[in-house]
Write a protein that binds this ligand. Structure first.
Ligand code: ADP
Ligand code: MG
Length: 699
């Protein structure tokens, strides 16, 4: 098996190797040009690629093809068409044309568009993205595509991501040229998303409606043991988990997804997978596929993979770390402090651009990580707080300090710092430090955005980050434009000084979980947008609309439609949770409470009949407690039902979302606490569904 892995790796993708083998030379060259430079693809090339793709797909057992896209549901979508085409004599041939490859018209009128598409002009179209390789899965050829409306509005997550990569590349190249770099013609964003997840037994999962409908438990008393012993983190893999992870790796490798690291995470039953980084567009597609395949492989092992941000109370939830950097087409990582003075300048300018971007658009970064599920994590002392700040580490902070104050780093005296004269230290990630409390940390040669929830599409934060950095670079460019080459070093130094003074408020190397930080952040004027309904209105404020429209990422309509979809999604999620909780408590839990109270009373009565003088304070207390719980839960459920009705009658979606957050969630929380307390009194045999003990410790 092991010897076969290099052969197995990427065997199910239409790779460069396959293209070279299957395509005529000139066609191959034309396609490479499109992939590398984004040039227009002629129809004859498309036709030639289609033939090659179909041939390869059929050889590998495919009968169908699909345009695979990422609508704003956050999931992926696909509709399968077979290759068969009647040849007129009652027979069929396997056929696939360039037109079919390049453009599709799914009847996709039911995807959220936030009002962008009236249903009468429902059809959107899908357009092939040649920069992400096509692949075969379950007998179908998958063609990665962007999804747009007929008037060209983006209806998906890939289109704006590609636009943001373009914007960033063009601003970065302009800046590099200005700084004297003569070789670079393109800059790409690279992403390595670390993915956390839980595994639970499929039989146990099936018994809980909350897991089935909401992806998380809506109540459940804590197991006697949680994560306090820290024995799960990096612990030895249990055979069942290990077998799952192995199968998962193999499935991912076949699709050319470079799954690299796997380990147990902090919470019991929690694990992580990290791939080797790739360009943003491919990494985003790969992460979507990874999430899907994680679930599929789990099925085969009689497991269920939970990607919800907070499946269980009282232990850590799951996130996704977005490692992000910039790479030039000649292979230089722009966030790696280089070995020459010229590279130092590049590094410092790009580093500062990221700091400025995150400071100016911290609200958008926060929004990019917002969802009903992730609200349970952020600020819960297990994940970064909802306040966006940047961790740079002591060394780099000192470098910026010395630039700001015209000092050589390390020395106290004031001297005009000639940034070209010193080679910056290499900022190796300090392993003792690992500041996990920071939402946005510099880790030696990349930034790691840690706010993202485990189920989120990685596209969203990268759209924001790419665009914000493009804007920062554009502003820097304006400040430096027209400077003579011999004055450039001085001009850059002055620019950095100004930028550091303006943006150092976003830098925080301390403990992000502390109460003091919340106060300090407030005094620094940083955003603290606690919940999804709190942060979403920032999406449509002027500065943010200006940002996205200026760089042609979103039109104003697209922004408003996305805002609406996010709100709607939030409201729907909370209402589904409220209804599920209602149903579980009413139909399963209350009867269990009642049954146990009745049983206890009956036993007590028979003991009393046997021995009339017997006093039974414990039984009395228990029956009283259970009866009170029964009443409390019933009352709480009535109130919850009223609140749900009230929410549904609110016309303004923003107000409805706020109502869900402040009223419904807190009512659900109160019910949860009551139910949890009751659960500890009731014997397992009478409980209607598996407990935390079973869910978390049975594998
Ligand atoms: P951690 O200590 O956070 O686990 P690692 O060094 O193991 O850090 O890397 C985590 C992720 O960062 C991996 O997916 C890795 O591929 C990715 N990564 C490394 N370098 C880059 C880069 N230049 N751009 C984007 N991602 C990167
Ligand atoms: Mg990490």
């Amino acid at each position: 098996m092991n010897r076969q892995i290099p052969e197995l790796y990427g065997s199910m993708i239409f790779s460069d190797k396959v293209m070279r083998k299957k395509l005529p030379k000139d066609m191959y060259k034309a396609l490479r040009k499109t992939i590398e430079n984004g040039t227009h693809l002629e129809l004859d090339v498309a036709n030639s690629v289609a033939v090659a793709m179909k041939e390869w797909a059929v050889e590998n057992g495919a009968t169908h093809y699909t345009h695979w896209f990422q609508p704003m549901t956050g999931f992926t979508a696909e509709k399968h068409d077979s290759f068969i085409s009647p040849s007129g004599d009652g027979e069929v041939i396997m056929d696939f044309s360039g037109k079919e490859l390049v453009k599709g018209e799914p009847d996709a009128s039911s995807f959220p568009s936030g009002g962008l598409r009236a249903t009468f002009e429902a059809r959107g179209y899908t357009a092939w993205d040649p920069t992400s390789p096509a692949f075969i899965k379950d007998g179908t050829l998958y063609i990665p595509t962007a999804f747009c409306s007929y008037s060209g509005e983006a209806l998906d997550k890939k289109t704006p991501l590609l636009r943001s990569m373009e914007a960033l590349s063009s601003e970065a190249v302009k800046m590099l040229k200005l700084l004297g770099n003569k070789t670079v013609t393109r800059v790409s964003t690279t992403i390595g998303p670390e993915q956390e997840y839980f595994l639970v037994d499929k039989e146990l999962y099936r018994q809980r409606k909350d897991l089935i409908f909401c992806g998380r438990t809506l109540f459940g008393a804590s197991a006697p043991k949680g994560q306090e012993m820290e024995d799960h983190y990096f612990g030895a893999l249990k055979p069942k988990v290990s077998a799952y992870m192995h199968d998962l790796d193999v499935e991912l490798w076949k699709l050319g997804i470079p799954a690299k690291t796997k380990h147990n995470e902090v919470a019991p039953a929690q694990h992580e997978l990290a791939p080797v980084f790739d360009t943003a567009n491919v990494a985003v597609d790969h992460n979507q596929l990874t999430m899907e395949i994680m679930k599929k492989v789990a099925e085969k092992h009689n497991l269920v993979c939970l990607l919800h941000e907070k499946p269980f109370e009282g232990i850590n939830g799951s996130g996704k770390h977005n490692n992000w950097s910039l790479i030039t087409n000649d292979g230089v990582n722009l966030l790696d402090p280089g070995r020459t003075p010229a590279q130092n300048i590049q590094f410092l300018v790009f580093l500062m651009a990221v700091i400025k971007a995150v400071d100016d658009y911290a609200d958008l970064m926060r929004i990019s990580a917002s969802s009903a599920g992730n609200d349970h994590r952020l600020g819960g002392n297990e994940a970064p707080p909802a306040i966006v700040s940047i961790f740079l580490g002591d060394e780099l902070t000192a470098v910026l300090h010395s630039i700001e104050n015209d000092m050589y780093f390390g020395k106290q005296e004031k001297v005009q710092l000639d940034i070209g004269a010193h080679v910056l230290p290499h900022f190796v990630k300090d392993s003792t430090d690992r500041n996990r409390t920071s939402p946005f940390a510099f880790t030696g040669n990349k930034f790691e955005f840690r706010m993202l929830g485990s189920s989120a599409s990685v596209a969203t934060p990268n759209i924001v980050l790419n665009t914000a950095v493009a804007e920062a670079l554009a502003q820097f460019y304006q400040e430096l434009e027209g400077t003579k080459p011999e004055d450039m070093e001085h001009a850059v130094h002055e620019l950095l000084k100004r930028a550091i003074r303006k943006h150092k408020k976003i830098i925080f190397n301390g403990n992000g979980y502390s109460e003091e930080w919340v106060k300090e952040a407030e005094s620094r004027g940083l955003y603290n947008l606690i919940s999804t309904p709190d942060c979403l209105p920032q999406f449509i404020v002027e500065k943010n609309v200006d940002l996205f429209t200026k760089h042609h990422i979103f039109t104003k309509d697209e922004i408003f439609s996305r805002y609406e979809i996010l709100l709607e999604n939030y409201v729907k999620t909370i209402l589904i949770e409220a209804r599920t909780l209602s149903e579980m408590l009413t139909k399963d839990f209350l009867p269990a409470v009642s049954a146990f109270a009745g049983q206890t009373a009956k036993n007590a009565a028979s003991k009393k009949a046997f021995l009339p003088t017997l006093s039974m304070p414990a039984e009395e207390a228990l029956v009283t407690k259970l009866t009170k719980t029964y009443t409390d839960l019933t009352d709480g459920l009535t109130q919850l039902a009223d609140l749900v009705r009230e929410a549904e009658s609110i016309d303004d979606m923003q107000k409805e979302a706020e109502f869900c957050h402040t009223q419904i969630l807190s009512r659900m929380e109160a019910l949860r606490l009551t139910a949890n307390a009751a659960e500890t009194l009731i014997p397992d045999t009478l409980l209607p569904y598996p407990t935390y003990d079973q869910l978390l410790f049975s594998l």
